[in-house]
Every structure is written in C-alpha cells, then in structure tokens.
Design a protein around this ligand. Structure first.
Ligand code: HEM
Length: 427
C-alpha cells in the first residue's frame, strides 16, 4: 500500500470498494481514510452485491475503544474482512485464540504469552542476528536486491525456530501464509480467491497435522511453542488436534504476514531519510523510537474486525447488535487528533501510542518478538551498511488486510570492514 501524504487528490469514496484487494495495491487508501476520519467517522459500507454490509471506523479513539471492549465487540465470529461471506459461521470460533473472547481467550493465550514476553524472547537475540545476517548477506555485493522478497523469510525463520517447525517446510509455509491474505494478488492467487484460501489452509493444516502426529508417535516432548500448545489445558482438557492446528496457524500467520512489511518499510524509510539512518548510527538510543515509528508508519495489519453484541450509538449512527464492525489501524495511526505531524516519518517521535499491535485483550502476542526482531534488524543494517538507496519502483501487495510490499528493489552500500558472520539462517 502506498504510504501517501497530503495534499491528497479528492476522493470519490462512494466509488471505492473497500474489500477490493487491488485498491490497496494501486489506489490511495490513506487519502480515503483521511476523508472518512473527517467526514464519515462511522461509515456503513454496503457492497450492495450480496456481500454483507459492515461498519468502518477510522478514528484512533473509536478503533481503540472497539478493540478494548470485548463485551460489546466480540471476536468470536472472526476478525478479518475477506471474501468469505461475513454472515457464515466462523469454523475457528472459540477454538483459535484470535476468534475467542475472555475468559476462554485467556486460557488459550496465557501459556503461549508467557513464552513470548520481552524477557523470554531476549534469549533469541543471537539467533535473530544470525537470521538477519543471512538475509542481508546476498545484498552486500552492491547489486539490486529485492528486500521485500527476502524479508518474507525473516519471521518464518524465527517463528519456525520457536515453534519447532521442520526447516525444509519454511519456504513453502511462508508462501502459503501469504496466499491466505493475498488471494487476489496475481503472484499468489490460483485464479479463484476462495480456492486459493482453501488450498493454502489445507496444505498448511496438513503440515501442522503431520508435525503434531510425528510428536505424538515418537513421544517427543519439546518446550517450543507447539510443545506448549500440546501440553496446555483449556477448561480442564487438552487441545484437540484441530484446536492445536488452528492455534499453530494463528501464530505463524500473525508473524508471517506482518513482520516482513514492517522490515521493508524500515529499509524504505532509511532510504528516504538518510539523515535519520546516520543519527541512529551515532546514537543507539534512537534505535528503539525509530522502530516504534516504523511500526506506526507501516501499520502492516490494516484492519481487524469485531461483531457488535448490542446496539451502540456512535457519531449519531446506530451500530446494531450482530453487525460486523471493522476498525482500521492504518488510519488510526495517522489520526491528526492524536499524532502531531502524522504524515511525517520521525524516528525521534516521543509518546508514540501507535496501534500497530492493536490494544486490549488481543494485543499482539508476538509484539515483543517482532519488536526485538526489528531492533536487531536495524542494528545489523547499521553495522553492515553505509547507505540504502531505492533501485526501482516498489510493487505493493494486493490485500485488503495487509499493507505491504511485494517487491522492494534497493541497493545497499556495504560499510568498509563490516563484520560478517558465517552462519546458518533461513532455508
Ligand atoms: C510487525 C509485526 C506484527 C504486527 C504489526 C502484528 C499485529 C497484530 C495485531 C494488530 C493484533 C491484534 C489483533 C486483534 O485485535 O484482533 C495481533 C494479534 C496477534 N498476533 Fe501479531 N503482529 C505482528 C507480529 C506477530 C508475531 C511475530 C506473532 C507470532 C509470534 C504474532 C502472532 C499474533 C497472534 C497469535 C495474535 C492473536 C492474539 C490474541 O488473539 O490474543 N504477531 N497482531
């Protein structure tokens, strides 16, 4: 998705199909969101073609309110707008962490979240450095390098390791997770969007099933994330195989479809703002706020969804019980009511209350890991690279859910004497 800035061209927003994936690759969603925040903060989007209407909330305070208030806005019927009929029951309801409400949600989440606290993931720092080296090494010959394609393997490698997934499947798993959210993108679609999602789910679930059965057959206990899922109790019972698979899927999807785009956005921002890159080299204290600003700027997960449990009045409209409500994180993170100079990338920004990881009970469980990964990535980029330059037009991913790059050609000028470690990384 283009990270555009005002002045925006006038938006004929009534003509925009908010579900249309191609719009997010070639249109100007930031212009549309600015218009909605200003003029229709509670917008009822009716595709008028048989697909169910849904509410669109774009202001920061409304987005945060919905995500915090699980009693009024439930996750049980699914949390993503996609081509699948919103009026259909969600087969993962109450089974998969993102599609549950407290108190069941807490039981599914807590054992996993204990393994992903910032303190727990700090032990991953060396492994993350190795992965970043491996990812950047081919770029250090000064040739044009497609950062977006390389970055797809970044979360796959660290989450694959933490989950204990066999390395030989990582490349295919990264591709399959992208297919589930870019089902209309010509490079990922099999032609029919529903078919693309179905096949990707099927193949991914088979891979998780094989791993679960292999552990069972060989009596293999492990203290990795799959091991934690296998040993947890929910309402006094172990997870069924189906629940185990769904929660493996949630973890891998959460990591794989977001982190690559924050990584690419970070590199792009450093190409556009070489003075901020230099400042972070001189002052390591600047690296943390710079990563937070990257998350605000990128907002890789564009929206999430809830269903209203009761009637709610908002901006003189009534959101009726049972209606789907989409909240747009990418818009909230540019809300001029909350952020000064929202359309400026400012790595020294303080008090950055961005919502890139959401807020409330479903706040991203991988936030600590993703943040550490991005900080290590920036650190290593500064260690290895003198300068980052764009080397061609970026191509954006066609997805109404993920704001991301499909191709990001860059040229990296290596630093003289940059320390390079020989190590194993992504497959
Ligand atoms: C830059 C990277 C990432 C971004 C921007 C991101 C964004 C988000 C957001 C906005 C949510 C809230 C969803 C909601 O309210 O319904 C979320 C939840 C979640 N994320 Fe992330 N995520 C990232 C990385 C990761 C990683 C690395 C993992 C896995 C280790 C992960 C796994 C999950 C899971 C399982 C949930 C559901 C949590 C729950 O329902 O309690 N994410 N993520």
């Amino acid at each position: 998705m283009r990270l555009s800035r005002p002045p925006f061209a006038p938006v004929e927003f009534k003509d925009v199909d908010l579900l249309d994936s191609a719009y997010y690759a070639t249109g100007d969603p930031h212009a549309l969101w600015a218009h909605l925040r200003q003029n229709e903060p509670a917008y009822y989007c009716d595709p008028a073609d048989g697909r169910e209407p849904f509410w669109v909330l774009t202001r920061y305070e409304d987005v945060a309110r919905v995500l915090r208030d699980h009693r009024t806005f439930s996750s049980r019927r699914g949390t993503m707008l996609c081509i699948i009929d919103l009026s259909m029951p969600d087969f993962a309801s109450d089974e998969m962490m993102p599609d549950t409400d407290p108190p069941r949600h807490r039981q599914l989440r807590e054992p996993v979240s204990r393994a992903l606290t910032p303190r727990a993931v700090a032990s991953q720092e060396d492994a993350l450095r190795r992965i970043v080296h491996e990812l950047l090494r081919p770029a250090l010959d000064g040739e044009v390098f497609d950062l977006a394609q390389a970055a797809l393997m970044f979360p796959m490698a660290f989450t694959g390791t933490l989950m204990g997934l066999p390395r030989e499947h990582w490349r295919r798993m990264a591709e399959l997770t992208t297919m589930t959210i870019a089902y209309d993108d010509p490079d990922y679609s099999l032609g029919d969007p529903k078919q693309t999602i179905r096949l990707a789910h099927h193949e991914l679930f088979d891979l998780f099933r094989a791993e679960a059965r292999d552990r069972l057959a060989t009596n293999r206990e492990a203290d990795d994330l799959i091991g934690i899922l296998r040993s947890m109790n929910v309402d006094g019972e172990r997870l069924t195989e189906q629940q185990l698979i769904l929660n493996c899927y949630a973890l891998l999807l959460g990591a794989n479809v977001t982190t690559p785009h924050a990584t690419s956005t970070l590199v792009m921002a450093m190409a556009e703002h070489p003075e901020q890159f230099e400042a972070a080299r001189k002052d390591p204290e600047l690296r943390r706020p710079l990563v937070q600003e990257t998350l605000r700027w990128a907002s890789p997960a564009s929206h999430f969804m809830r269903y209203a449990v009761r009637d709610v009045q908002l901006h003189s409209r009534t959101l009726r019980a049972g209606e789907p409500v989409s909240v747009w994180l990418g818009s909230a993170n540019r809300d001029e009511r909350v952020f000064e100079r929202p359309y400026e990338f400012d790595g020294t920004r303080t008090g950055n209350r961005h919502l890139a990881f959401g807020v409330g009970p479903h706040y991203c469980i991988g936030a600590g890991l993703a943040t550490l990964g991005l900080e290590v990535f920036l650190d290593e980029l500064l260690n290895l690279v003198e300068r980052v330059e764009p080397a061609g037009e970026p191509v954006h991913l066609a997805s109404n859910f993920v704001a991301g790059y499909k191709h990001l050609p860059v040229r990296l000028t290596p630093r003289a004497g940059a320390r390079r470690r020989p190590m194993a990384g992504p497959a």
